[in-house]
Design a protein around this ligand. Structure first.
Ligand code: C2E
Ligand code: MG
Ligand code: MG
Ligand code: MG
Length: 291
């Protein structure tokens, strides 16, 4: 009996893996149509300066609406796009679209920083620096307004070349943040050599802040590290008032998370920006009775 059960489990497992491989292949293939068929769009999550409590930037996050499967999360399709190389073209589109949006906002008196996630595969491209600078020029975005989010793993394969590229970008004024800090192969040696300006505390350490002692200590350590290396620290995944209060009092300069806002379509972002800063919105001036 045990044997039969074991074999059934095994067959079930094989069928599952099989299904998983088929689905990956399908997504990988469908991904090639995503850009030409306009299935991609960006949403923007506000980044808040905890001192001034103002929205100082927006992180652009990619969304894919698959024609039959609906929304496919980026954690699912970005790794596939990196495998088949389509991330290079997709990433370039993200850069252009985010810069176009930033230019539109700047023209509407919302001169925000714009953060984009740069894949390790993109950073490896020989012409990535040129591409980035050309897009900035085309949309008339001051380089200091762009922030590239890169993960620690991006530097591992070819540290020298990554450092060289980031140095070139830094000389032009582009900012770099280490995303998901603490989850990869963090090395203080890398960090010392990398021309970066920001550390992002991964949301996994923020989620259980003040509940889990280890996570609290890790967040504290990242904030202290930022202070001693003179890097601004930004916390992601802030979901409660307590988390904001703690991070701010502990010396973390910036935050983003559902507590403030989820990643928003561009139109909603503008509305959120106005209400967050208590600016009069059109409807309020029509009906100015409530105060
Ligand atoms: P990330 O860059 O670390 O982005 C943070 C993720 O946390 C986003 O997930 C965001 O929606 C989510 N998040 C923000 N605040 C909260 C919160 O308070 N609670 C919780 N539970 N989650 C929160 P998303 O949009 O699904 O993106 C996942 C990852 O996909 C990103 O992680 C990034 O690594 C990658 N990604 C997204 N867009 C792009 C892109 O344009 N290019 C590249 N290369 N990667 C991208
Ligand atoms: Mg990011
Ligand atoms: Mg992150
Ligand atoms: Mg992350």
């Amino acid at each position: 009996l045990a044997k039969t059960a074991g074999r059934n489990h095994y067959q079930f497992y094989v069928a599952q893996v099989d299904e998983e491989i088929r689905e990956r292949k399908r997504l990988e293939k469908d991904l090639m149509r995503a850009l030409p068929d306009n299935q991609l769009h960006l949403v923007y999550q506000p980044q808040i300066n905890l001192g001034s409590r103002r929205i100082v930037g927006a992180e652009a996050l990619l969304r894919w609406t698959h024609p039959t499967l609906g929304m496919v999360p980026p954690d699912r399709f970005i790794p596939l796009a990196e495998l088949n190389g389509s991330i290079v073209e997709i990433g370039r589109w993200v850069l252009e679209e985010a810069c176009r949006q930033a230019a539109e906002w700047a023209a509407a008196e919302m001169p925000l920083h714009i953060a984009i996630n740069l894949s390790a595969v993109q950073l490896r491209q020989g012409d990535i620096v040129e591409t980035i600078l050309n897009v900035l020029k085309a949309y008339d975005i001051p380089p200091g307004r762009l922030e590239l989010e890169v993960t620690e793993t991006s530097f591992m394969e070819n540290l020298d070349s990554a450092v060289e590229k980031l140095n070139q970008l830094k000389r032009e004024g582009v900012n770099v943040a280490v995303d998901d800090f603490g989850t990869g192969y963090s090395s203080l040696t890398y960090l010392k050599r990398l021309p970066v300006q920001h550390l992002k505390i991964d949301k996994q350490f923020v989620q259980d802040l003040l509940i889990n002692d280890d996570d609290t200590r890790i967040a504290n350590t990242i904030i202290d590290l930022g202070r001693s290396l003179n890097l601004d620290v930004i916390a992601e995944g802030v979901e409660t008032e307590e988390q904001e209060f703690y991070l701010h009092s502990r010396g973390c300069q910036m935050a983003q998370g559902y507590y403030f806002a989820k990643p928003l379509p561009a139109d909603d972002f503008v509305r959120f920006y106005a209400s967050f800063h208590h600016k009069a919105v059109a409807s309020a001036s029509v009906n100015p009775t409530n105060d």
